[in-house]
Structure formats: C-alpha cells, structure tokens
Design a protein. Structure first.
Length: 511
C-alpha cells in the first residue's frame, strides 16, 4: 500500500570545502547542528523515452539505502514542495502498478524504463531547536550519475540540500538561504538530481527541447494560450488525486475540464475549431463521466443534511438506513465509472490531443490581433447566448420545462464566466465585474437545479420505501422543503440576472 508525504526542500551548489558550513545557529530558531552519520543511497530513475515525467516536474525511482528505501513517485506542488508517494521495495525491478497508474496523465500510456542511475554518499546533519526537536535536515551529497540510455555518459558533482522537518516552516528556509547566500553558496541551477544528471550525461533535455509554437507576446492568442496551458497543466496534476480519491479532487478535475471546454468554444476566432471541436467533445465526455461521482457526492450530502435538520418527530421509519443503502450502491457505481474513464483509450487519446494543442496550437489569423477587441467580441457573443436563454426562462411558466430551461441557461452562464476569466488579464475590470455577476447567476440557477435534482431523488427514494413497506412521510417532508427552496431560487433569478446585465453592457466590454 502506497503512502504519501509532503517534502519541502531547496538545493544548493556545494561549498568548495564541503567540510565547511557557515554558522546556521544565527537563524532563528536553530540552536545547534547534530551530525547524523553517512548514508549510501542508490537510485534508478524510470521515465519514458522522451522523458515525459521529467519534463513535467515529476520523477519515479527505485532507491535502496537510507531510512526510506523503496519506490518513490514525486509530483510537483507549489513553491519548494513536492508530494512523495512511496511504495515498498519488491524483488522485481518493475515499477508498482499503483504508482504507474498515477503517472498516466504525464506518460499518456508510453512505457516506463530505466533512464538514469544515481548513487549518492550523503553526510547528514539535523538542525535542532533549543528543545532538541529537528527543524530541518541539511545533507551534503557526493553524487555519481550513470545514464542508462543509448549514448549516455557519466557525471560527478556535489550538492547541498536543506529539507524541512517537524515544525520547520518556509521562513526557516528563507533564513538559511540568506546565510548561505551571504557566504557564497547559491541555489542549484537544476531543481532535482535527475534533471542535473540527464542534462550533464545525456543532453536529451536540450536535444529534444520544447519546440512549441508561440503566439506573439501580448496578442489575443498569447492570452488564450496562457489560460489553456494552465488548465491543461491543472488537469494533468489532478489526475493522480482523483485516482487516489482525495477530497474535492473529482470536483476540481471536472471543473477544469469544463473550463477548458468552454474556453475552446468561446475563442474559436483564435483557435481553429477543426482541431478544437474534437477536443471539446472529449472534454465534455470526461466531465460527464466525472460528473456522476461529483453529482452523487453533492446530492448525498444535501439529502443527509436535510434529514439531520428534521426534528425527531418528523423522521418516521428507517430513513437514515434507507439513505445509507442508496448511497453505498450509487457511490460504488459512480466510482467505477470515474476510474473506468481514466483508464480508457479515449482518455489517453484526449491527453495526447491536449499535448498537441499546447505544443502546436492551431492559431487563426485573429490570434495575432490586439487582445482587447478580439476577446471582448467573444465575451459579447457569449453574453448574447446567455441573454437569449434567460429571456426564454423568464417568459415560461413554472414547471418541468422551465426547470430544464434554467439548467440550460446555467450552462451558458458558466461558459460566459469562464470566457471572462480567460479574458481578465487583458480586459481588466470590465471582465472581472462581468465574471462576478455572471457567477451569481450561475450560483442561483445552480442552486435551483440542485433542488430539482434532489426532488427527483426523493421521489425515487419514496418509491423504494413504499415497495419495502416503509413510511413515506419523511421523504414527503423533505420533498416539500426542496421544492420550496428551488422555487425561492427561481424567484431570485430575475433580480440576479438584472445585475449581470448591468455589468455586461456592450460599451463597457468593448470600451
């Protein structure tokens, strides 16, 4: 069973005299340094032939020696941190399947093989506070790297590493770095040993350097591509979290897919739809597959909360047990659907398409134009679509057809909000204001839709209860409350829409 830890560290070039260190006790709250002996570490790194893990800031290794010998998958986190997912050693040199699955969004199904062997002789010191607790570890590593790819060579270097431990925080790293820098010790040029080794012994990172198509700086294309690049990176980073069923991961990945899909639709004047339309269809499929699990998660909590809020005399029959049985069955089904999607050929094909989209974006002529006019025009077009849908909603009587129309309008509001989000760096305050107002429309209409969905689920639960000879009274009470809440949101919608219209004046958008 794999386990996860968060590591925060900084690497430095080693001092000329590796036995010398500046006085780090000048850094609060370091009180003393304690020698912790020497470790012999031997690691074999795995990657694809074109180094897809390394290029995305990840690494997978099999390491012996030291207190944490085993398989280590490292995934990038913000700032100086990484998540290290560890699995125990086995007699085989093949990476564990559970770790390979967590690399799929990066490898896109390409096989992993040994690319580098790195052996380190590590001299370790603990940085302790006045109570003797470890704040950080400082290691001096004498490194020997041997490439395991054709034409690779050998490298030798020494580096210093400071890693937080216990109660140590980022301010401690800043203080240590200041002392080191004042004594001529600079940050290492490469973020990890394997990057250093590949750069020094193979040249693969340089020979196959990113030959991406670039839009002109400051152009409409540059703004759209910056947004697309960020979302594609987010999607790749969220994949392992979804596979591990981490909190909110499915929701975030689904939202990212929707944002990306909406962006590709809104900015067809910048990116050729002949290429992006198939990508949009696949993103819609992915969001739909993830949506089953996310929608059930939201519905489950909504219904459970509704039961908890009822007074005792309103709960008749085995209501909680019925809800739990329904949840277990649906949750397992939805989870299978999510995992099946992430292991499907269609998903891997989508990842390849997204890689192609970011490396060689199908830019149209307007991509080279000034962003203010191009992006604002796209917002006006999306606003027009939302305005038409909201107009139909407000003319319809209450009922199931209006419920469906509200949901339809909500989708248009979401697309407009995402388009405004992408345009915000170029358009500034008008796009920010529009996004805020449209988000309110999306939230009100979304809350109304959630109530409608809850009513449908409660009707089904009532049928199940009736068939089992259980009282239906409590389910009826809950249904009435959900319908009343949905109707209240429906009455709120015209006012919220009026605020959004005020923020979306064509003159304000086009300046």
């Amino acid at each position: 069973m794999a386990q996860s830890i968060r590591e925060t560290e900084r690497k430095y070039t080693a001092p000329t005299d590796i036995s010398w260190l500046p006085d780090l006790t000048a850094v609060e709250p370091v009180a003393t340094l304690a020698e912790s002996g020497v470790q012999e570490l031997d690691a074999v790194y795995y990657d694809t032939d074109d180094l897809r893990l390394t290029r995305t800031g990840a690494s997978l290794r099999r390491r012996t020696g030291g207190p944490d010998a085993g398989w280590h998958l490292k995934l990038p986190l913000p700032d100086d941190s990484r998540e290290e997912i560890q699995a125990p050693l086995s007699s085989e040199s093949v990476p564990p399947g559970e770790l390979c699955e967590l690399t799929l969004s990066r490898t896109r199904g390409a096989p992993l093989r040994p690319v580098m062997r790195i052996r380190s002789t590590r001299s370790l010191r603990h940085l302790l506070d006045a109570e003797g607790d470890v704040l950080a570890d400082l290691s001096m590593d004498a490194v020997r790297a041997d490439a395991l790819v054709d034409g690779g060579g050998h490298g030798v270097w020494t580096e210093m590493e400071v890693e937080l431990a216990g109660d140590g925080g980022p301010a401690l790293l800043d203080g240590i770095e200041k002392v080191l820098r004042n004594n001529g010790v600079d940050r290492a040029r490469n973020p990890s040993k394997v990057v250093h080794a590949l750069t020094e012994t193979t040249g693969l990172l340089e020979r196959t350097a990113d030959a991406r198509v670039q839009a002109a700086p400051g152009s409409a294309g540059a703004h759209v591509l910056a947004y697309v690049d960020r979302l594609v990176g987010d999607l790749m980073d969220l994949d392992p979290a979804v596979r591990r069923d981490l909190p909110d991961a499915v929701h975030r990945m689904r939202t990212t897919a929707r944002r990306l899909r909406g962006c590709l639709r809104s900015y067809r004047s910048v990116l050729d739809r002949e290429f992006t339309d198939p990508v949009r269809r696949d993103l819609g499929w992915l969001a739909g597959e993830l949506g089953a699990e996310r929608d059930h998660e939201v519905l489950r909590e909504r219904l459970a909360s509704g039961v908890r809020e009822l007074s005792r005399e309103l709960v008749l029959g085995p209501v909680t047990a019925r809800l739990q049985a329904w949840d277990v069955e649906r949750r397992a089904e939805c989870r299978r659907r999510t995992l099946d999607a992430l292991t499907s050929p269609r998903y891997l094909d989508l990842l390849d398409k997204l890689k192609g989209l970011t490396d060689a974006p199908p830019l149209r002529a307007k991509a080279a134009h000034e962003p203010e006019k191009v992006l604002a025009k796209a917002l006006v077009k999306e606003y027009g679509r939302l305005e038409r849908r909201m107009g139909r909603v407000l003319q319809m009587p209450s009922g199931s057809e209006r419920d469906a129309a509200v949901h339809h309008a909500r989708k248009a509001a979401k697309r407009l909000r995402y388009a405004a989000e992408a345009a915000r760096p170029a358009l500034g305050k008008p796009a920010r204001r529009l996004g805020k107002r449209v988000k309110a429309v999306q939230q009100v209409s979304g809350s109304q839709h959630d109530g409608v969905v809850a009513c449908d689920a409660l009707r089904q639960l009532t049928v199940f209860a009736h068939a089992a000879g259980e009282p239906g009274f409590t389910w009826g009470v809950l249904y009435g409350r959900e319908r009343a809440a949905a109707d209240a949101r429906e009455r709120q919608l015209p006012g919220t829409w009026a605020d959004a219209r005020a923020a979306a004046r064509r003159k304000a958008l086009l300046r």
